[in-house]
Design a protein around this ligand. Structure first.
Ligand SMILES: Nc1ncnc2c1ncn2[C@@H]1O[C@H](COP(=O)(O)OP(=O)(O)OP(=O)(O)O)[C@@H](O)[C@H]1O
Ligand SMILES: [Mg+2]
Length: 363
């Protein structure tokens, strides 16, 4: 099972510039999480802080219980081995061919023999669809192949946590979907904990178990995907629909005078851009046929049913709708997925039942 990441009150600034403050969230083991946020909100800084490449000013970042903000250099070095990181541009060494690039962490961090290294490198190249390309230099392959090579390299140490920064940058929508499929397949095979940072709305809506968003130096929300996807929060809605109308501006955030001036322009008929309206919860992508079941998704079901009653009603309904008829029955809902007819009290009673059932399941 992947590592658990517990982040409590994490704060990071550069000099007097606070990047984000008081970020608290948990990445549940083996689940796939996505962090959204406008440019410059500190998503890359967040990933770098999680692996100790940047030092937060305060708070905790517990990786399997080890606080990497405060632990010794030695412990940090050891804990870093749990991570596989796919940087924005693949971060491959330009003068090494793909084989040597992918072999690099094994040569650096392990005492494995060259024949063992060879077996692992070929396994990962095969997994990422790069078999046969091992002799190519990074400059000789396409952006999509470089991403996959970066992923192959991130996987060689069998990481418990995989961090991905902007997997879609430089990729067309189809290649972005292919790499998303690869993430879910790797997750199904390895049960590693994933955190993917992206601007890509399609990916955010269809891939993760959990979704969060950074804005205005804070974590706006983080939780089961259904919560953010049904949120009425203006910044979340604006971001998901890619519109100009809302609190996010061209450079950082807008002040209230700018918002009012723009609102008048849009009301007078100027196109707000983006798409008409993206609402609702699309079906989640699944591992490719033949892959094992995602254990993280299985555990998430029990976890989310346990907290169901604490979520907003739209998110609750989305989660109930995503259950199979048998699961709905098991958790005490009508077989058509509707909440039991009747008043609020009866549905609350039912969520209590759901909570109990989920608890029973977990024991
Ligand atoms: N090493 C550094 N020293 C000083 N400031 C930095 C450093 N790294 C990042 N920053 C600042 O932190 C802020 C957040 O940067 P970051 O790269 O994390 O944004 P981001 O959310 O990843 O943006 P994008 O979506 O464009 O990749 C920026 O204002 C940036 O200038
Ligand atoms: Mg970034």
């Amino acid at each position: 099972m992947g590592a658990e990441v517990v982040i409590e009150g994490l704060t990071k600034s550069f000099g007097r510039q606070t990047i984000w403050r008081d970020v608290t969230l948990t990445l549940p083991p083996g689940e796939v999480s996505v962090m959204l946020g406008p440019s410059g909100t500190g998503k890359s800084v967040f990933l770098k802080s999680m692996i100790g490449l940047l030092k937060p000013d305060g708070g905790k970042c517990l990786i399997n219980g080890v606080d990497i903000v405060r632990c010794s250099e030695h412990k940090l070095y050891e804990t870093r081995k749990l991570f596989g990181v796919l940087f924005q541009d693949g971060a491959l060494f330009g003068s090494m061919n793909l084989y040597d690039n992918v072999a690099f962490p094994l040569r650096e961090h392990t005492k494995k023999s060259e024949s063992e290294i060879r077996r692992i490198v070929f396994e990962k190249l095969e997994m990422t669809g790069l078999a046969g390309a091992e002799k190519k230099l990074p400059g000789e392959i396409s952006g999509g192949m470089r991403k996959r090579a970066g992923l192959a390299r991130a996987l060689v140490l069998d990481p418990e946590i995989i961090l991905v920064d902007e997997p879609d940058s430089g990729l067309d929508p189809v290649r972005t979907t292919y790499i998303s499929q690869l993430f879910l397949d790797v997750n199904a095979q390895s049960d590693a904990t994933f955190l993917i940072v992206t601007h890509n709305i399609n990916l955010a809506r269809t891939v993760p178990d959990n979704l969060g968003m950074l804005f205005r130096k804070e974590l706006v929300m983080f939780g089961p995907r259904e919560v953010l996807l049904t949120s009425e929060e203006p910044v979340v809605k604006q971001f998901l629909n890619g519109r100009m109308d809302g609190p996010i501006g061209m450079s950082e955030e807008k002040d209230s005078a700018t918002i009012a001036a723009e609102r008048a322009m849009f009301e007078a008929g100027h196109h707000v851009g983006g798409v008409e309206e993206i609402t609702g919860i699309p079906e989640q992508m699944q591992p490719a046929p033949g892959m094992p079941e995602r254990m993280g998704a299985h555990r998430r079901k029990g976890r989310v049913m346990k907290i169901l009653g604490t979520l907003p009603p739209e998110a609750q309904q989305g989660i109930i709708d995503s259950l199979s008829p048998e699961e709905q029955q098991r958790y005490g809902f009508h077989s058509d997925g509707r909440r039991p007819a009747g008043d609020h009290a009866s549905s609350t009673a039912n969520f209590d039942t759901a909570y109990q059932t989920a608890q029973g399941d977990l024991r």
